[in-house]
Ligand binder design. Structure first.
Ligand SMILES: NC(=O)c1ccc[n+]([C@@H]2O[C@H](COP(=O)([O-])OP(=O)(O)OC[C@H]3O[C@@H](n4cnc5c(N)ncnc54)[C@H](O)[C@@H]3O)[C@@H](O)[C@H]2O)c1
Length: 337
């Protein structure tokens, strides 16, 4: 079958393309800009690129008419900056995708985010029915996009629910958490595991007197691909957390990087990342940092089976990054932190 992937040149979209291609399918990557990635180059006969914006309903309809996809994976995103751009891409873009899918009766997987949960008290696992908390306020030394992003994703999910209920459209809505792995965009290389690995490979230190007890729901990109693939295979219309079986404290992620690259000088002191006044090593997206996301619904309903614990994910990503240092090194993507 052919799969239409909007945002198909991005981090998650391009990995999803490769995952479906490896399973014998074809992918049409619809994106505002092309990108060169080794894992797409290796299989270039199995995909094609269409330039366009998801906010152009006519362009989407043309793509569907010519490419005849059996399903859509909607994976647009980016470092969008202003609140207006978040609305445009995540809300208007999703509205266009849903309308195009409805007109052509296409099963759709629309990627959502754990950022919709907002700030939550306590530490018990977050399920799909956990009520949302307040969104994160803008923070010093962090991209100011957290609140617009969370709100745009909430609005997009509401619009998805409307299309399910009014039109019977089948839409899967995986709530991804902090995804890491090959193909990360430049802005994503500035935070989390990507940043730790880049610092370690470059021989630079990342040492902070705080933050080791910050909790992060890291998930390797190939586990996310498994969730999306199984959603398409199931044809089910549901919203689910797409996370690993557990989250990790920042100090555990640092330890995994050090196990992989013993010369790494990555150390975080105790406590969580303060919300004000000091730099924090992330790229601006706010997730619930105190609670793990429960993935049992996805396991039960679509047979999701994440297999990348932090050592396996960090190891595979480190190997890829070393091989592709020409696009990941600080000479090309300077450290902000
Ligand atoms: N990466 C994560 O950690 C993470 C976590 C939670 C949710 N998500 C969600 O997953 C989806 C994909 O995220 P990602 O990490 O791959 O993002 P990304 O920034 O790597 O890729 C997004 C892609 O969308 C494209 N794009 C942006 N605006 C577009 C438009 N108007 N029309 C067509 N293409 C457009 C970009 O060119 C880019 O190739 C997003 O919806 C994001 O909110 C990602």
């Amino acid at each position: 079958m052919n799969l239409l992937i909007t945002g198909g040149m991005g981090f998650v979209g391009s990995n999803v393309a490769r995952h479906f291609i490896d399973a014998g399918h074809h992918a049409t990557l619809f994106d505002i800009r092309p990108r060169k990635l080794d894992y797409l180059d290796e299989v270039q006969k199995s995909w094609n690129y269409l330039q366009g914006t998801v906010t152009d309903l006519e362009a989407l309809e043309r793509a569907i008419t010519t490419e005849k996809p059996a399903a859509i994976v909607h994976a647009v995103g980016g470092e969008l900056g202003s609140a207006y751009r978040h609305f445009d891409v995540h809300v208007s873009g999703t509205a266009c995708i849903l309308e195009a899918a409805r007109r052509h009766d296409l099963y759709t997987v629309a990627l959502s985010s754990g950022a919709i949960y907002g700030q939550l008290e306590g530490n018990e696992p977050v399920t799909e029915s956990t009520p949302f908390g307040p969104v994160y306020p803008p923070r010093d030394n962090d991209a100011a996009s957290a609140a617009p992003y969370s709100i745009a994703k909430r609005l997009a999910e509401q619009w998805i629910e409307l299309y399910r209920n009014f039109y019977g459209l089948k839409v899967a809505c995986p709530r991804l958490v902090w995804v890491y792995g090959p193909g990360s965009e430049d802005y994503q290389l500035q935070g989390g595991i990507s940043l730790m690995l880049r610092k370690a490979i470059a021989g630079e230190s990342l040492q902070l007197p705080y933050g080791g007890d910050t909790f992060c729901n890291f998930v390797y990109v190939k586990d996310v691909c498994d969730a999306i693939f199984k959603a398409v295979a199931s044809g089910k219309s549901l919203t689910f957390n797409a996370s690993y079986d557990r989250g990790y404290f920042m100090k555990e992620a640092a330890a995994a990087v050090k196990r992989n690259i013993p010369s790494a000088k990555i150390d975080f002191g105790p406590g969580i990342w303060p919300s004000k006044g000091v730099p924090i090593p992330r790229h601006g997206i706010s997730m619930p940092t105190n609670r793990p996301t429960d993935n049992s619904l996805a396991k039960k309903e679509i047979g999701y089976r994440p297999v990348y614990d932090i050592d396996r994910g960090v190891g595979e990503y480190a190997d890829w990054m070393k091989k592709h240092w020409d696009i990941c090194s600080p000479d090309v993507v300077p450290f902000h932190f």
